[in-house]
Design a protein around this ligand. Structure first.
Ligand SMILES: [Zn+2]
Length: 342
């Protein structure tokens, strides 16, 4: 665990409590062969009119997920202090080195930003960023929204994601924020390995945390960008930071959010061998337990029969693997079942 009293090596000219609009950087010292006294400058914006709640938005926690950086840089340019009650803090590319490298993980230290929390003040670059966020920004926030997508290797039905929380009051506030975001799907996760996540760090502070999985494949679509843009404004409206009503799915003539979860191991189908995956079903298809989902071909031994993979549970195809060539253990398909609130 990081120590919150540890001094950060990161500096910034921004004052996170000042009224007005500030766009600047977190300056992370990074000495390399090509830049002896160099630094990595992580973009950050603070838009505030003082009194009121604080929302914190992050994108590119994983470097190959693009709806966050697009929607949040637009928000930085469009949002002015006189429009808000309270404060909005925005980091459109939390793991900037990974974003620059078009990779999920940082090329500098190999770390997954979403396993680096709460971070260390004198740690590696990823760990230092996590530590600064944990100690300097999260304590100010009432709600945190971390915009993810499937990255290069997964593709999702667009969903707002929350965790099952033990505290009923925190859970109901989080469910309400998820609904307000306005995505077509809501996913409720019980994380198997929650250590080191931004999610967990925020949730343990008793705050509202929302994540998303908006498409994937290492790109963005007009639909997924629109969901992100409307979603962040809806969160600001839901928390009273913007003086407007959230734009509900109903208002837009859309079906209500469908709440799903994947509580069983059998919801996850992984490749049982290396080969070329031929999908039989696509995102959003309804499947029954036992339905064939696809098959792995062995192109270098074409006399060998393909290996068919079947659905372990009934439900909607919520997520699928992107690469055609798969390795044993790679995620092929995740099925979501309708979630009944306890
Ligand atoms: Zn991600």
């Amino acid at each position: 665990m990081g120590n919150s009293a540890e001094k950060s090596k990161i500096s910034t000219s921004l004052d996170f409590r000042a009224v007005g609009k500030q766009v600047g950087h977190l300056v992370v010292p990074h000495s390399t062969n090509t830049s002896a006294w160099g630094a990595i400058e992580i973009p950050v914006a603070v838009i505030s009119r003082g009194e009121g709640p604080t929302a914190f938005f992050t994108g590119a926690n994983h470097g190959d997920e693009y709806e966050g950086p697009i929607a949040l840089s637009k928000l930085i340019r469009s949002l002015e202090p006189e429009q808000v009650h309270g404060t909005v803090i925005i980091m459109p590319a939390l793991n900037l080195p990974a974003f620059r490298a078009t990779r999920r993980l940082s090329p500098i230290d190999g770390m997954n930003m979403n396993r680096a929390f709460p971070g260390k003040g004198d740690g590696s670059v990823t760990s230092m960023i996590a530590h600064f966020v944990s100690t300097r920004i999260l304590p100010l926030a009432d709600v945190v929204v971390d915009i993810h997508a499937g990255g290069k290797t997964l593709d999702f039905l667009p969903c707002a994601v929350i965790h099952e929380l033990d505290d009923d009051n925190q859970m109901s506030k989080t469910l309400a924020a998820q609904e307000a975001f306005g995505a077509p799907f809501g996913l409720v996760l019980r994380e198997l390995d929650a250590a080191g996540m931004l999610d967990t760090t925020v949730e343990e502070m008793g705050k509202v945390f929302l994540s998303t999985e908006l498409g994937g494949g290492g790109t963005a679509t007009p639909e997924t960008v629109a969901i992100a843009e409307i979603g962040v404004r809806n969160i600001l409206a839901h928390f009273g930071i913007l003086d407007e009503k959230p734009l509900s799915r109903e208002d837009r003539g859309m079906a209500p959010m469908r709440l799903v979860h994947s509580p069983h191991e059998q919801c996850f189908t992984s490749a049982r061998d290396n080969g070329l995956f031929e999908p039989f079903r696509g995102l959003g298809d309804e499947v029954e337990k036992g339905d064939p989902l696809g098959q792995i071909h062995f192109i270098e031994t074409p006399e060998r029969d393909p290996l068919i993979h079947h659905a372990g549970r009934s439900g909607v195809i919520l997520c699928k693997g992107v690469p055609g060539l798969v390795g044993k253990g790679d995620c092929l398909v995740v099925v979501g079942e309708d979630y009944k609130d306890k």
